[in-house]
Design a binder for this molecule. Structure first.
Ligand SMILES: Nc1nc2c(ncn2[C@@H]2O[C@H](COP(=O)(O)OP(=O)(O)OP(=O)(O)O)[C@@H](O)[C@H]2O)c(=O)[nH]1
Ligand SMILES: [Mg+2]
Length: 227
């Protein structure tokens, strides 16, 4: 075999190997990251939403102590759906799912947020300040649930309340950052010296109203498919 043929063969084999490796890594990355995480404090309606997305029904629920996991098909696409209990002794386990998480649906009870703004914002802060969430720019939907109730707050109001509370929390929590180490360290949310705004973080954050009770989850489903 002459030299030029040998070089051509080596180049061809190298290109083939490269294409296979890149193709495989893209494929597995996509495969691994199809988990949709349902997060939010207790009683927000996560398990009700999980059941509605999986079975198309509203069923009675009790406060969860263990996560529910299962597959759902939305617009012909298959997703792993994880409903994480809101109880504060269990919910920290959401972090285990982050490496395979495609997007996060953070469920809020629109009727009780005025009373619950502190714990809700604390949890949302925990989520947004995770290094992996910021690095992967995980998309987050704030699903403002229970819109069927007359006492439900509008999404703009919920966004404004959460921004104000996250801003307040950032003041106290960044003071603690020096004591944390490595991967556990919370990322800074937003721009230093400016009030916190959702627009200031790299993750796409959107707000939609919904009601599991009224089977009104179209906007949530559309978001899951495109996010
Ligand atoms: N009115 C109304 N009630 C809802 C809606 N979605 C859920 N609920 C009710 O809210 C209550 C709590 O729902 P769950 O789904 O159990 O709440 P959860 O977020 O899973 O709570 P934890 O498991 O404790 O974290 C139940 O009584 C549901 O029937 C809704 O869209 N409208
Ligand atoms: Mg539940």
């Amino acid at each position: 075999m002459d030299n030029s043929l040998l070089i051509k063969a080596i180049v061809a084999v190298t290109v083939l190997i490269l294409v296979t490796v890149i193709g495989l890594s893209l494929f597995t990355k996509k495969q691994n990251k199809n988990t949709i995480l349902l997060l939010g404090v207790s009683d927000a309606g996560k398990t009700a939403m999980y059941i509605m997305l999986r079975y198309g029904q509203m069923r009675p629920t009790v406060s969860s102590m263990k996560e529910n996991e299962g597959q759902v098909t939305i617009a012909n696409k298959l997703f792993e759906l994880v409903d994480m209990p809101g109880h504060d002794r269990v919910r920290y386990r959401f972090a285990d799912f982050l490496p395979v998480t495609r997007s996060i649906v953070f469920v809020v009870d629109s009727t009780t947020l005025s009373r619950q703004i502190r714990p809700v914002a604390e949890y949302l802060y925990d989520v947004l300040a995770k290094q992996v969430v910021q690095k992967q720019r995980t998309p987050v939907l704030i699903a403002c649930n229970k819109s069927d109730m007359i006492t439900a707050l509008p999404t703009e109001k919920i966004k404004f309340m959460l921004e104000s509370e996250l801003n307040r929390l950032r003041g106290t929590r960044t003071a603690r950052v020096e004591q944390q180490e490595g991967d556990e360290q919370e990322a800074f949310l937003g721009y230093e010296g400016e009030d916190f705004k959702f627009d200031h973080i790299d993750n796409p954050v959107e707000f939609e109203s919904c009601s599991v009770e009224n089977k009104d989850l179209e906007k949530v489903k559309n978001w899951i498919v495109v996010a």
